[in-house]
Write a protein that binds this ligand. Structure first.
Ligand SMILES: [Zn+2]
Length: 250
C-alpha cells in the first residue's frame, strides 16, 4: 500500500511544476476527475457499482476503528499528539489506479483507501495502520514528504511496524532468530524502497536505496507509537493496545 498522493494541480486547477506532480495519476479523484465506469462495470452492474464499492469500503473502515486493536492504538496515539482523526474528514474511500490500494495525502492530511483494490477488511486494516503511521509522523515530526530522506524514514517505519513483521512471523517456523532479524531488516529495506519509488517515479532505484540506507538505523529503531514490531495473529496486537497507557496514550 505504498503511495502518498500529491495533488497534481493547485486549487485553481492549473498544472503545477513537475516537482509537485509525483504520484497524482494514481488517485484520479484527488484531481477532481470523476472516474468513468469500466465497460464491464456498466455491462454487468450498472454504474451503481462504484457506490456499492464505496459503501463496502466505508463499512470496512468503520469496522476497523471499532474492532482492530492496532487501528485503535494508532487512533489514540494520534489523538494524544493533538491530531485526532475524524472519520469523515480524514479518511476517504475513493477509486484509485489499480496499482495502489491506499495512500496518505499530506496536503489535505487525508488517508485514501482505494475502494476498488482494497476489498477485504484485512487489507483495509493494513492500509489504515500503514497510512496512520505516515499521519502520525506528519503530525509529530513536521514531515516534509518532498524531502526524500523524510519520505524514506516514514516508509521504513511503516514497513517495520506492520508489513514486514507479519511476513517474518510467517517464516519463523524454520528460521533461526538471527536469520529472522536479518530477514526482517531486509524486508523493511525492500518494502521501503518500493514505497519510495511508487511515490516518486522521478527517483531512480539507486537514489531510493541510498536514501533508505542513509536513515535506516535511526528510523528502523524508532518504534513509536506501537512500541514493538507486531506479529500477525500473535498476542502483540492486543498487548500493544492494552499497554498504550505506558506511552501516554489514553
Ligand atoms: Zn507508505
Amino acid at each position: 500500500m505504498p503511495g502518498h498522493p500529491a495533488t497534481g494541480q493547485d486549487q485553481a486547477g492549473a498544472p503545477v511544476d513537475n516537482e509537485d506532480n509525483w504520484g497524482y495519476d494514481l488517485y484520479p479523484e484527488r484531481r477532481g476527475d470523476i472516474p468513468k465506469p469500466k465497460w464491464w462495470q456498466t455491462a454487468f452492474f450498472g454504474s451503481g457499482q462504484t457506490n456499492v464499492e464505496k459503501t463496502h469500503c466505508e463499512r470496512n473502515v468503520y469496522n476497523c476503528f471499532q474492532n482492530s486493536p492496532l487501528v485503535k492504538l494508532m487512533y489514540s496515539a494520534l489523538k494524544a499528539s493533538g491530531c485526532e482523526i475524524d472519520l469523515r474528514r480524514h479518511i476517504a474511500c475513493e477509486v484509485c489506479d489499480i496499482k495502489v490500494s491506499g495512500g496518505y495525502d499530506p496536503k489535505f492530511n487525508q488517508i485514501v483507501v482505494c475502494q476498488n483494490t482494497a476489498r477485504s477488511s484485512g487489507m483495509v486494516q493494513a492500509i489504515l495502520i500503514h497510512e496512520m503511521i505516515h499521519m502520525f509522523d506528519a503530525c509529530r515530526h513536521q514531515l516534509d514528504f518532498k524531502n526524500i530522506h523524510h519520505l524514506a524514514c516514514t516508509e521504513i517505519r511503516a514497513a517495520n511496524l506492520t508489513h514486514c513483521s507479519f511476513m517474518s512471523a510467517m517464516a519463523q517456523g524454520d528460521a533461526s532468530f538471527f536469520r529472522i532479524k536479518q530477514q526482517h531488516a531486509e524486508c523493511v529495506k525492500t518494502k521501503a524502497i518500493g514505497s519510495v519509488l511508487a511515490v516518486r517515479p522521478d527517483v531512480s532505484k539507486e537514489e531510493a536505496r541510498a536514501a533508505v540506507d542513509k536513515v535506516f538505523t535511526k528510523c528502523y529503531n524508532d518504534l513509536e507509537p506501537i512500541g514493538r514490531r507486531v506479529r500477525r495473529n500473535s498476542a502483540d496486537m492486543m498487548r500493544a493496545y492494552t499497554e498504550r497507557g505506558n506511552y501516554g496514550y489514553d
